[in-house]
Design a protein around this ligand. Structure first.
Ligand SMILES: Nc1nc(=O)c2c([nH]1)NC[C@@H]1CN(c3ccc(C(=O)N[C@@H](CCC(=O)O)C(=O)O)cc3)C=[N+]21
Length: 295
């Protein structure tokens, strides 16, 4: 059998960002509105710093305003909540993202609930979680949304397909399952207590791997021809002291069996950032009662 088709998230996200940039230009030209994204980082975690820098760069490239707020690791919870309140009220800010995880002395749920749901471009606020579950217009979490766009680009209509989502987090697993239900897939959510995970995965036309365990899902778990979306981003240590990024899927064995598969890096990761910009544009349009932008 020939190897699986590679689903190129770098190329696809680049095209998506070009589309977003042209809508932003139109919004600036026609309506004199520049969409703005505020990103808040608490602490100095090096991976988070790199990631926030990339987001800021992409935001500006797309023609939007980027507002970065870097706070020390010992920032009191109250100060963070006050900053969020001021961003909620700032008319130049249409989207707010607080980089997670936040330091342990800060209550993550309190932070999420402090963000105005209309500006919650992560889609983590209970109002957006509920709206997605109820099939209403919502701001949808970026990683599941990016994964869905890749699936639709590869498979077209998803109705009737068997999808298995491995992982039940609020950030990926649960919203991913909601999106797949909305597309009329038959959805199974697997997790650490699922019995005989390999045989559950073997049923699936669509496999979404979001467990956070390096290379856990093996090729012989995959139904031949299935589409595999690897959401995992794990940095592993190599014997020579260097590090390497790997997904939750054992790529070398899965690529022999799957019909199509996302690589890590260069798969879902870049789509997450593109969808963040997409959500900022959508949020901006809604806040100004402009016609919906559809992607
Ligand atoms: N409130 C919040 N929202 C988030 O969306 C959020 C967050 N907090 N905290 C951290 C995680 C992580 N995350 C990534 C997004 C893109 C890449 C990405 O573009 N990765 C590239 C390159 C990775 C590399 O080379 O390091 C790739 O996979 O090809 C990675 C990681 C969003 N997160």
């Amino acid at each position: 059998m020939t190897d699986a088709k590679l689903i190129d998230g770098t190329v696809f996200s680049g095209k998506l960002r070009e589309t977003i940039a042209s809508r932003v230009a139109e919004m600036k030209g026609k309506h004199r509105i520049t969409p703005g994204l505020a990103v808040v980082l608490v602490g100095e975690d090096p991976a988070s710093q790199v990631y926030v820098r990339t987001k800021g760069k992409r935001t500006v490239e797309t023609g939007m305003n980027s507002f970065e707020h870097k706070l020390p690791a010992d920032t009191p919870e109250d100060s963070l909540l006050l900053l969020i309140d001021s961003l909620n009220k700032d008319p130049a800010v249409h989207g707010i993202l607080v980089q997670l995880p936040v330091p342990k002395h800060i209550d993550t749920q309190k932070v999420i609930e402090a963000i105005d749901p209309a500006k919650d471009v992560d889609g983590f606020h209970p109002v957006n979680v509920g709206r997605l579950a109820a099939g209403m217009d919502a701001l949808v979490p970026c990683t599941p949304l990016g994964s869905l766009l890749l699936l639709k680009d590869n498979l077209g209509k998803l109705g009737g397909l068997d999808a298995v989502v491995i992982g039940r987090s609020n950030i990926v697993g649960k919203p991913m399952a909601q999106l797949l239900i909305r597309e009329s897939c038959t959805v199974t959510i697997a997790h650490s207590q699922t019995r005989d995970l390999p045989s559950v995965v073997r049923r699936a036309d669509i496999v979404i791997a979001a467990v956070g365990r390096p290379e856990m899902i093996k090729g012989d778990w995959i139904k031949p021809g299935a589409t595999v979306i690897d959401v995992g981003i794990n940095r592993i240590d190599l014997p020579d002291g260097k590090t390497r990024l790997v997904g939750d899927v054992d790529f070398a064995s899965a690529v022999k069996v799957a019909g199509a598969i996302t690589p890590v890096p260069g798969g879902v990761g870049p789509m997450t950032i593109a969808c963040l910009l997409r959500n900022t544009l959508v949020a901006c349009a809604r806040q100004h009662n402009l016609p919906e932008v559809e992607f």
